[in-house]
Write a protein that binds this ligand. Sequence first.
Ligand code: UDP
Ligand code: MG
Length: 317
Amino acid sequence: MKPQFSIVGPVYNEEVLIPQFYERVRDVMNALGEPWEVVLVDDGSTDRTPEILDELHAQDPAHVVVLHFARNFGHQLAITAGMDHARGAAVIAIDTDLQDPPEVIPELIAKWREGYAVVYAVRVEREGETWFKLTTARLFYQLIQQLTSVTIPMEAGDFRLLDRQVIEVLCQMREQHRFVRAMVSWVGFRQVGVPYHRYARAAGETKYSFPKMFRLALDAITGFSSLPLKLATWAGTVATASGLLLALALLILRLQGKAPLAGQGLTASLVLFVGGIQLWMGGILGEYVGRIYDEVRHRPLYTVGEILRIEESKTGR
Ligand code: UDP
Ligand code: MG
């Protein structure tokens, strides 16, 4: 039977938490009394996660779908694969480390029934996050708001419900560098937030190191704004204008018989200043060109080693 609801959970080295996650999702979903499935995407885990997922599928084949990636592709691609393989009329993406409580899912579904196509969960409180993570996250959201034309609700992560209509559009957006939150906002439709309490990770460690967060931020900015490319024009204007003004000032001083600003110090600082701007612009160009290169190769977004799903086993795969 085709499920009404699909829960999509990215899983990377969550051996301690994944059985609990499944049990809590199962209890919540069974209470709703409609057909459901949970699509667990194993993002190349190196601990016992793959075996545990296989056991969960063996225990409850009617509900548990498992995708094993051939290697680690990252959180955003794991969510993408889950959405590609979900069949529900509504798809709910949720972290599997129990920071997002599955008990909130019925509230998201209630809003969906009211006619909203996207229901995102908004963190009213965040437990167990470092000061550094909270500050960088806030700065990042402010930057995105300034630089791009999409509005990503503050304090909304990837925990959200998406209607089939939205999923169909997302499945057509095959960009390599993905920031799913902004893509969802780009799609449009009626969107609404539901407040929730985000808990501290129940066990294990965050898999989002600072370099990973930095890359995600870069993907978000380059994916939705070309403003950084235009910085070159502004920086060039400022540098040229300063150069002209300086030359003029030197000329006037010379005509007045005063000693002009001279010396290697001034020259060196000018060279460094302009050289620095040029290198920065080269770097920004590189970020975009690199992404264009990734797109034109048209590689698949991820490689799936194995899919465990009840139909496939029935057809004797
Ligand atoms: N995750 C993943 N692949 C990765 C990193 C993380 O699938 O390369 C999953 C992880 O198992 C969790 C979710 O993405 O379910 C969020 O990751 P995490 O909790 O480490 O990030 P944080 O909540 O600290 O931002
Ligand atoms: Mg987490």
